[in-house]
Design a protein around this ligand. Structure first.
Ligand SMILES: Cc1cc2nc3c(=O)[nH]c(=O)nc-3n(C[C@H](O)[C@H](O)[C@H](O)COP(=O)(O)OP(=O)(O)OC[C@H]3O[C@@H](n4cnc5c(N)ncnc54)[C@H](O)[C@@H]3O)c2cc1C
Length: 278
């Protein structure tokens, strides 16, 4: 997630829910039809993401949505709340944008929204941003994440060049959360079942125990901020992976909603950087 959305990508776009599908007990696919007037530059990255906008209960905005006017004219409690989601797929011809939501319970905005979404429902979003795509010149790829990063990992696997070697670790709650992950790459995909264990513990164990193949590795590690922090330290310090070969960030943080996590993220990242320099 290196690039922030360009300024033009901060213009809200409008979309309508076309259909939804429960891929697994806790993963809901929502397919959106994006209005023809909204230009979307999607394709350069496999971790493209959009920021869905959720108005607070009882608040409506004039159309077309003008974020700058909202921020200028309304008190902050009435600003839309944003939730960040990977573009799992984008079909330019049909203008269908596919997003896979973890339904992590009744808490939050986006998870419950996806669970209740019905065809015809409206949603606004900003973006896309993005910053990673498999580099065809890498000797091998390491991809690791929890359910929240699974859409981006699946999209990356679809773009792996034929025969490209990849070690892939995906942590999910259990067997019924596994998905088919098509790829032309030579991918060794390991599903880790969390069961009742702490989020990310199995990922940290698996990646630290990995017998690293030789050569230039390109890394994509995302998910809950706690395990991401541990793996960042491990990959930078113990494995000496160069910073520019690492796409690694906390997608969410246990105990914080996205507003809280995004507000503390800079401080958190600075702290991680300081620890690594000690
Ligand atoms: C670049 C990027 C791409 C992302 N792509 C995806 C994606 O494709 N699919 C996806 O599902 N998520 C994705 N995420 C993560 C998603 O933005 C967060 O999980 C977000 O907090 C969910 O919003 P919410 O409204 O459902 O819950 P919030 O209101 O933000 O949080 C409510 C509570 O739920 C907890 N929580 C949040 N997410 C999870 C989770 N995954 N599992 C368990 N508990 C959770 C929080 O800690 C909090 O206690 C992405 C994040 C980033 C930064």
């Amino acid at each position: 997630m290196a690039d922030r959305p360009q300024r033009r990508n901060r213009t809200p776009k409008h979309a309508t829910v076309v259909r939804t599908e429960r891929l697994t007990p806790h993963m809901i696919r929502v397919v959106l039809a994006v209005d023809p007037a909204s230009a979307l530059e999607i394709g350069a990255h496999t971790d493209h993401y959009v920021k869905l906008l959720f108005p607070p209960e009882g608040v409506t905005y004039p159309e077309p949505l003008d974020i700058e006017a909202i921020r200028r004219d309304l008190p902050s409690e009435q600003w839309p709340r944003t939730r960040t989601y990977t573009v799992r797929a984008w079909d330019e011809a049909s203008r269908e944008l596919t997003v896979d939501f973890v339904h992590h319970g009744d808490e939050g905005l986006a998870g419950p929204w996806a669970a209740a979404a019905r065809p015809g429902e409206s949603v606004h979003f900003m973006g896309p941003g993005g910053g990673y795509a498999p580099d065809p010149t890498a000797d091998w790829h390491l991809l690791a994440g929890d359910e929240s990063a699974l859409p981006a990992i699946a999209a990356a696997l679809e773009q792996l060049p034929p025969g490209a070697p990849a070690k892939v670790f995906v942590e999910v709650a259990g067997l019924d959360e596994e998905q088919k992950l098509p790829t032309a790459g030579e991918a060794d995909i390991v599903w880790l079942h969390r069961g009742g264990g702490p989020i990310g513990a199995a990922l940290v164990e698996a990646v630290t125990a990995l017998d690293f193949p030789a050569g230039d590795v390109q890394v994509f590690v995302h998910g809950e901020a706690g395990f991401v922090k541990e793996l960042r330290r491990h990959l930078r310090l113990d494995r000496a992976v160069p910073r520019e070969r690492l796409s690694i960030s906390g997608y969410w943080r246990r105990g914080a909603d996205e507003d809280g996590w995004q507000a503390s993220k800079r401080e958190w990242n600075d702290e991680v950087e300081r620890e690594q320099e000690r």
